[in-house]
Design a binder for this molecule. Sequence first.
Ligand SMILES: Nc1ncnc2c1ncn2[C@@H]1O[C@H](COP(=O)(O)OP(=O)(O)OP(=O)(O)O)[C@@H](O)[C@H]1O
Ligand SMILES: Nc1ccn([C@H]2C[C@H](O)[C@@H](COP(=O)(O)O)O2)c(=O)n1
Length: 220
Amino acid sequence: MVINDIPVIAIDGPSASGKGTVAQRVAGKLGFHYLDSGALYRLVALSAMRSDADLADEHVLSDIAARLDVVFEDAEIWLESENVTDAIRAEACSNAASRIATYPRVRVALLERQRAFRQFPGLVADGRDMGSVVFPDAALKIFLTASAETRAQRRYKQLMEKGIDANISTLLQDLRERDARDSGRSVAPLQQGEGTSLLDTTSLDIGQAVDCILRQYAEI
Ligand SMILES: Nc1ncnc2c1ncn2[C@@H]1O[C@H](COP(=O)(O)OP(=O)(O)OP(=O)(O)O)[C@@H](O)[C@H]1O
Ligand SMILES: Nc1ccn([C@H]2C[C@H](O)[C@@H](COP(=O)(O)O)O2)c(=O)n1
């Protein structure tokens, strides 16, 4: 089979919109592979912070991105043989990842690594530019979103369940800042591109969102 014949479902959307949760479930239902592209930007951020790299130095950061020694194994992520599944979700890492993601050289350095996830029988990929840049020929492109208030509530609940203290208004402010940075950057900004279906989950539960995507995929 030629690589471009392997189907891709691209799910893009803002922070805490539920992309990861929904994409993983859709992949599970279809028996497809799953790519969490945001994790790659987070890994570059973690690696850079750990080596005290200058987060404003695009060349150093793209070098880190190109050399990332990472293994994705089921739901676990390993960086240089260390399990960093939780470490990359820390708020400092989220913010650094969003800043680092504005650099074109970093994005180019991660491009082929993301495309390598396209394997038989198919791939569900989530991020900000899955449908626009990484897999422009995706079979189905979804823009998954929810109101900022709903996303902040969901993130709050998610953190509380993990025993991490949080504050709703701070979370809401952080989400808005990240939204503005991810949507306002000049390279591969988060946007609902042409041929992309909008899925607003503000009043949908996870199961309803998953079913909606599976239905759309079945109708192609
Ligand atoms: N439709 C929904 N209804 C209720 N809760 C949801 C829904 N979708 C996702 N959630 C919950 O919202 C939280 C955030 O979801 P998730 O981590 O998948 O978002 P994300 O878009 O991948 O975030 P990020 O971009 O920050 O990685 C999770 O706790 C998830 O279970
Ligand atoms: N395809 C992608 C995926 C992620 N990013 C950036 C923007 C986010 O703020 C950051 C972390 O992503 P998340 O784990 O929240 O999905 O990485 C991007 O620019 N492009």
